[in-house]
Design a protein around this ligand. Structure first.
Ligand SMILES: [Zn+2]
Length: 115
């Protein structure tokens, strides 16, 4: 059974692959949130963005900001090539673009029934 620490470290390695995939396909990225404190997650939930028990608090999620030809792409659908690739990296790899309220820049490893 993989420990949380092992899962966190696998996540970072897979995030590296995702970043390389993006650049190999003509995209560029900046980092959004990776680790998020429980206090920040609570504040986000209170203001209607994100959830209090976010996987960011467990170091199992990252938000990446996508660019192509210098243009920032904010639409969730623009992240689909990355989301599709991310899901090939493991059965437990989840992409926020599949959420009920799409969150295309969010990439995570499922944990405790959350994504
Ligand atoms: Zn996120």
């Amino acid at each position: 059974m993989e420990t949380l620490g092992e899962k966190q470290r696998r996540f970072v390695r897979l995030a590296g692959k995702l970043i390389e995939f993006a650049y190999a396909n003509g995209f560029e990225l900046t980092f959004g949130d990776a680790y998020r404190s429980p206090e920040q997650a609570k504040a986000n939930a209170a203001s209607g963005v994100g959830i209090a028990n976010s996987l960011h608090c467990e170091r199992l999620a990252i938000d990446l900001n996508l660019f192509k030809l210098g243009q920032y792409l904010s639409d969730s659908a623009a992240y689909k090539p990355l989301g599709d690739y991310w899901k090939t990296l493991g059965d437990d790899c989840a992409w926020g673009g599949d959420f009920k309220r799409p969150d295309g820049n969010h990439f995570s490893i499922r944990h405790g029934g959350r994504a």
